[in-house]
Structure formats: C-alpha cells, structure tokens
Design a protein around this ligand. Structure first.
Ligand SMILES: [Zn+2]
Length: 423
C-alpha cells in the first residue's frame, strides 16, 4: 500500500535549484514573502534543515494561516509540492496546505509529528478541491493549522516539474496501489482509463464511455471543450473489493474518510468505481453513470454540495438511460406525476438532498425536459443561469428563459405525461 504522504526522517534535502525554490529562507527577503494571520513569523538561523535559514511560524490559534504569493500562475508544468516541516512541542498536529485559484481552492491535509524534520511530498493529484479551481490559475500558497497554538519551522519548499497529466495519479502507481501483484487489465483511450481485475473487456468498456462522452458533448454543446486529462474508472470483480477500493482510494490518495458505498457504482473526486457482474460485463449501466459524474463536474461545473446535486444525478441518469433504456421508465414517470408523488419544482436547488429513487427519477425527467423539451436550443443560457443561481431550477428558468414558475412546472408535467403515455 502506498502511503498518502512520505515521511523521510533525518534525510538530507537536495539543494534547491534557484529557479524552483518557493522558499529556502536563506535571505531575509525570502522570509518577508510570507504573512501570518493570527500569528507571527521569524527567520531563524539555528536549526535550519539546510543552508543557514528557516522560517519559524508561531500560530496563535485554531485555523491560523501562513500565506505567500510565491506560488502563483500556471502550475500545469509542475506535478507536486514538497518541503520540510519541524513541529515544536510534543503533540502531533494536522496541517492543511491550500492553493487558492480562480473559482475555488485546492487543498490537502497532512499530519506532522513533533520533534523531527518531516519531508512532506504532495503530488497534485492528491489535492482535493472546493469549487472549481484550475491548475492554470493558482493564486498563492497557504498553510493552515487545525489546532493552535503551535510552532512550526519550515524550510526548502519547492515545486517539482514534470509529468504529462499532473492532476492524475500515474498509471503504474494506481495499478500497484489497487491491484498489488494481482492480475488485471487496463485500457487507455483518448478520454478514459479503465482498470479492472474482472473477466471483462476493459477496451470495450472504455469505448462505450467514449460514445457516452460524444453524446454528452452533443447534448450540452461542448464539442470544442477538451478534457484536460482522462477520466479514471476502476471496476473490481467482487462487490467487497469494489467497496474496499473506494474507501482506500479516498484514504490513501486524498487523506479522506469515506463510508463504504452501498450502490453498485460510486464516484469520489477524480475516481469512479464499479462492481462487476457477469450478465452485463463491460456494459454495466452504472459504469457510464459514474463516469458521467466526472464529466458533469469537470465540463459543466455546477456548484453546490458536491455529489448531491439534483442536476448532476439527473444528467447521469438521463445519459445512462439513453444508452441502456430502463424498461418501465414511462410507467414510473406516469405514476410519479399522476400519483401526486412528484416533489414541487421549487425544491430543486443546491440544498436538495438526493435521498430517494423518486428524486433520482424526477431529476432525470426534469433534465430530459430541459434538453429535449421546447427550449432545448437555449441550453447554454440556462447553464449559465444554473451556475449563477446555485442550481435553483425555477429561478434559473425565469432568468434565462423568462418563463414564469407555474408555467414551467405545468410545461414539464405536460411534456412528461405526453411522453409517458406515448404508444
Ligand atoms: Zn449518480
């Protein structure tokens, strides 16, 4: 098992190259580029990791921050951030590294043991994100201490260059981490990486996902928008391995905790997972559904509680159903509308929790109306409004299309009823 961060104790740091050192604190200028919030900084000579200077950061309380603009701009030529930390005192602390960027923030937490030099190595693919930040547009570097007061000494922080897709876990590292010595196969197409230890054709699965992406691009007018790096799907042969791989990936890649998923597929940050079954093989509908979650978050960039957005589920179910039509969908749709079980459309915003099959179905039907109904040609205006209005459906429809709320709700019901009763 690969650990999320590497601690090399008492090892010697390589000398920083002049052009890539973010902070070596050899000169007073280097220390002056850092600002402490709820704390103070001091350049010290004694006890540096290398050379003659280090930065002592006194964090006064919980959430205290240390920030610099030394890291800024396009980081896509780099693949990791690394440096040394010494924690004074006797109690382990959790530090969060943050890289604010236009549209959001990348972040990664790590634990520091007291009384030793720890080398912290943070590959970019191990960063999580809030919002939709971009590696092309980073605006600073921050350290945040979860529990203060604390005193930390920093030395020799730098960016490492290299790699083709810095935001993606390298293939060999993933194979080693997930499968160890176990037999498995992998398919890499232009936009997808599929890994599996099941008796299925990974290439067939990846080709199916490419077809799904083509459809997705057409429906949402995204023919020209490239994916910066391939979408990763890991399919495990047994449900137990699938659940374990999801939990371990969250822990070992992102340093996060995850409850074992209950469904047959699951997506977390840049990873989709699926459980294999012989009957549908490489074409299990959930594989496309889960990969679609990543397409939505990377290409449509809605904001709200990650993973629980009604619009994201609706889009994933719609795409899934376009490729693998569910037999009794029309009947279910009719029951939802005629049985009075539909949720009022005013509830569809970023706060809506997707907690039932009925909500999944209704989200599919709403998205279907948005992209196949009378206003389908005006999706891009609605897309902008949904992003602006926290995915509030009726506010966005009013803003983008000028349709009064009640009228839209009736239009959706009529459209759905007509389709559901079609012979
Ligand atoms: Zn889903």
């Amino acid at each position: 098992m690969k650990s999320a961060l590497t601690l090399l104790l008492f090892a010697t740091a390589l000398p920083a190259r002049a052009d890539d050192a973010v902070a070596d604190f050899e000169s007073p200028d280097s220390a002056a580029e850092w600002t402490a919030m709820d704390g103070s900084t001091e350049r010290i000579d004694e006890g540096a990791k290398s050379g003659s200077g280090a930065l002592l950061w006194r964090a006064r309380k919980d959430g205290a921050r240390l920030a610099t603009k030394r890291v800024k701009g396009d980081l896509t030529e780099c693949n990791s951030l690394r440096g040394w930390i010494w924690l004074r005192g006797t109690v382990e602390r959790v530090v969060v590294v943050r890289l604010p960027a236009t549209g959001g923030v990348f972040w990664r937490k790590f634990a520091v043991r007291p009384g030793v030099w720890s080398e912290i190595v943070l590959p970019f693919y191990q960063f999580r994100s809030d919002g939709v930040p971009r590696w092309t547009d980073v605006d600073g570097l921050e350290f945040l201490i979860r529990e203060g007061p604390s005193q930390l000494v920093l030395d020799d922080w730098r960016l490492t260059e290299g790699g083709t897709w810095p935001a993606m876990e390298p293939t060999t590292a993933l194979e080693e981490r997930v499968f160890g010595d176990g037999e498995h196969s992998m398919a890499l197409t232009e936009n997808f990486r599929v890994f599996t230890d099941a008796e299925m054709n990974a290439r067939d699965c990846a080709d199916r996902l490419e077809a799904g992406l083509d459809r997705f691009r057409k429906v949402f007018g995204l023919e020209e928008l490239p994916l910066d790096y391939p979408v990763t799907l890991i399919v495990r042969r047994t449900p137990e391995d699938f659940r374990r791989t999801a939990v371990e990936t969250a822990r070992d890649v992102y340093g996060g905790e995850l409850q074992a998923p209950k469904a047959d597929g699951f997506t977390f940050m840049d990873y989709s997972f699926g459980s294999w079954e012989a009957a549908s093989g490489a074409r299990r509908p959930t594989f496309l559904h889960e990969a679609c979650h990543q397409l939505v978050s990377r290409m449509l960039e809605f904001r709200g509680d990650a993973g629980s957005l009604w619009i994201e589920e609706g889009i994933c179910y719609l795409l899934q159903n376009d490729f693998y039509p569910q037999e009794n969908l029309r009947q279910q749709a009719l029951q939802l509308i005629e049985g009075g079980k539909a949720t009022p459309l005013e509830k569809f915003d970023a706060k809506l929790r997707m907690t039932s099959g009925a909500l999944d179905l209704q989200s599919l039907l709403i998205v279907r109306y948005l992209v196949k109904g009378p206003n389908a040609g005006k999706w891009s205006e609605l897309h902008a409004a949904l992003r602006e209005n926290q995915c509030d459906l009726l506010a966005s429809v009013e803003d983008a299309w000028g349709i009064p709320r009640a009228e839209f709700e009736k239009g959706w019901e009529d459209f759905t009823r007509e389709w559901a009763t079609e012979k």
